[in-house]
Design a protein around this ligand. Structure first.
Ligand SMILES: NC(=O)c1ccc[n+]([C@@H]2O[C@H](COP(=O)([O-])OP(=O)(O)OC[C@H]3O[C@@H](n4cnc5c(N)ncnc54)[C@H](OP(=O)(O)O)[C@@H]3O)[C@@H](O)[C@H]2O)c1
Length: 335
C-alpha cells in the first residue's frame, strides 16, 4: 500500500483547545503542549511517536517541546521529530511552535555541557539539522550555569535570534536572582525572554513558593510547567502497583522509591476527588496547574494517544471549590 501524505484534521482548531498569551508577547500557546523527553527516542516505535505527534496537532496542540539530549540516545527525540516533520508535518511549519534547549550533558569533552557560547551555538546548529528545520521558534538555556558569566550565556541566546536560528528565547530552571539578570539583559537587547520553564504540579509547588511565577509575570514573561503530572505519579497509573510498561518500571527517572504507602494512600484519595469532579486524576492534576492564571501552558508527556486524549479533557473543568483545594493541599503534603 502506498502511504498517503499526512493531512491534518480540518477540525484542529475547532475542538476543546484554548490558547493563552505568553506574558506580554505576541505568542499564543495551547494550554496543553506536548513534550518529547520520554517515549520519542530511537528505542521507541517510530509509528507510535508519529501517531502521537499527529494526534496532538490534529487536536490543536501546536507547541512541541524538545531538547538536544532527549532520547535515549541523546539527540534521537529530535531525529524522530525531524522525521515526522519530513513525513508531512513540515507542511504545517507556520502553524507549529517548536522549542529546543541546550544546557545539560550532550557530547563528550569540555564543549558539550553547561552554558558557554561555544556549546549553545553548536548545539542549536545540531538540533536544527536533526529536526530538519531552518529555525526553532524558541531556544532555551536549559539550566543556570554558576561558572559561566551570565552575559556570555545570554548573549548567545540574543545572537541565536539575530542569526535567525530562533525566533524567541527562554530560560529553564534558573534561580530567582539569575533569572532577574536574564530578564533585564535580554530586554535591554530587544530580545525579551518569552517564557520561563519550570516544574510545577500539585505535589511540587516550588515556582509558586520561590517567587519564580510572580517574577515571570512581573517581567512580562510567560511560565510553562513541565512534568505537570509528576512524571505520571499524579495519574491513575500507580494506584494499584507498577505497570510493566510504565516510566517507573523503566526506573531511570521515576524511581519505585517514590511510591511510598503514604503516597499511594494520598493518590487514591486524590483519585476520589477527581472522580467526584467527573475527571480522571490526570485531568484534575492538569486542571489544577491551569487554574493558576500565571501559567501559560502545561507540557505533558505521553506514551499513547489515549493518554493525550485524556489530558486534553483537562480543559473541560478548571474551576475548583475551596473544599477541593483544601483537601488537595492536605493530601499533596505527603509528597
Ligand atoms: N526543562 C526541563 O528541565 C524539563 C525537565 C523535564 C521535562 N521537561 C519537559 O516537560 C515534558 C513533560 O515532562 P514529563 O514527561 O515528566 O511530564 P508528565 O506529564 O508529568 O508525565 C508524563 C507521563 O505521565 C504518564 N501519563 C501522561 N498522561 C497520562 C494519563 N492521562 N493517564 C495516565 N498516565 C499518563 C505517562 O507515563 P508512562 O510513560 O509511564 O505511560 C507519561 O509519560 C517533557 O517531555 C519535556 O518536554 C522539561
Amino acid at each position: 500500500m502506498i502511504p498517503q501524505p499526512y493531512k491534518a484534521s480540518e477540525a484542529r482548531y475547532g475542538g476543546k483547545m484554548r490558547y493563552r498569551r505568553s506574558g506580554r508577547s505576541g505568542v499564543l500557546l495551547p494550554e496543553i503542549s506536548l513534550g518529547l523527553w520520554h517515549n520519542f527516542g530511537a528505542e521507541a516505535p517510530f509509528a507510535r511517536s508519529e501517531e502521537m505527534v499527529r494526534y496532538a496537532f490534529d487536536h490543536g496542540i501546536t507547541h512541541f517541546d524538545l531538547a538536544n539530549n532527549y532520547g535515549p540516545p541523546y539527540g534521537s527525540a529530535e531525529t524522530t521529530f525531524g522525521q515526522i516533520i519530513k513525513q508531512g508535518l513540515g507542511r504545517y511549519r507556520d502553524e507549529l511552535f517548536i522549542s529546543t534547549k541546550a544546557g545539560y550533558d550532550m557530547w563528550p569533552g569540555p564543549y558539550g555541557n553547561w552554558g558557554s557560547r561555544k556549546y549553545l551555538m553548536a548545539s542549536l546548529d545540531q538540533s536544527l539539522r536533526r529536526m530538519n528545520l531552518d529555525y526553532v521558534d524558541l531556544f532555551y538555556c536549559h539550566r543556570y550555569d554558576p561558572e559561566t558569566p551570565l552575559e556570555e550565556t545570554l548573549q548567545a541566546l540574543v545572537d541565536a535570534v539575530r542569526l535567525g536560528k530562533a525566533l524567541y528565547v527562554g530560560i529553564s530552571r534558573w534561580p530567582l536572582e539569575a533569572a532577574a539578570v536574564a530578564y533585564r539583559y535580554l530586554r535591554e537587547r530587544d530580545v525579551p525572554c518569552l517564557i520561563y520553564q519550570g516544574r510545577y504540579n500539585m505535589a511540587d509547588r516550588e515556582p509558586a513558593a520561590s517567587g519564580i511565577l510572580d517574577q515571570a509575570q512581573a517581567e512580562g514573561a510567560g511560565f510553562i510547567a513541565f512534568s505537570p503530572l509528576a512524571q505520571g505519579l499524579l495519574t491513575n497509573r500507580y494506584l494499584n502497583g507498577i505497570p510493566e510498561d510504565s516510566r517507573m518500571a523503566e526506573g531511570r527517572f521515576l524511581k519505585t522509591a517514590a511510591l511510598t504507602p503514604e503516597r499511594v494512600y494520598a493518590l487514591r484519595r486524590l483519585d476520589k476527588i477527581a472522580s467526584g469532579r467527573g475527571q480522571t486524576l490526570a485531568e484534575m492534576a492538569l486542571a489544577w496547574v491551569l487554574a493558576d492564571k500565571r501559567v501559560t501552558s502545561v507540557i505533558v508527556g505521553a506514551s499513547s494517544c489515549r493518554q493525550l486524549a485524556d489530558n486534553i479533557k483537562a480543559m473541560d473543568s478548571q474551576a475548583f471549590t475551596a473544599e477541593e483545594l483544601a483537601e488537595i493541599d492536605l493530601l499533596t503534603k505527603a509528597f
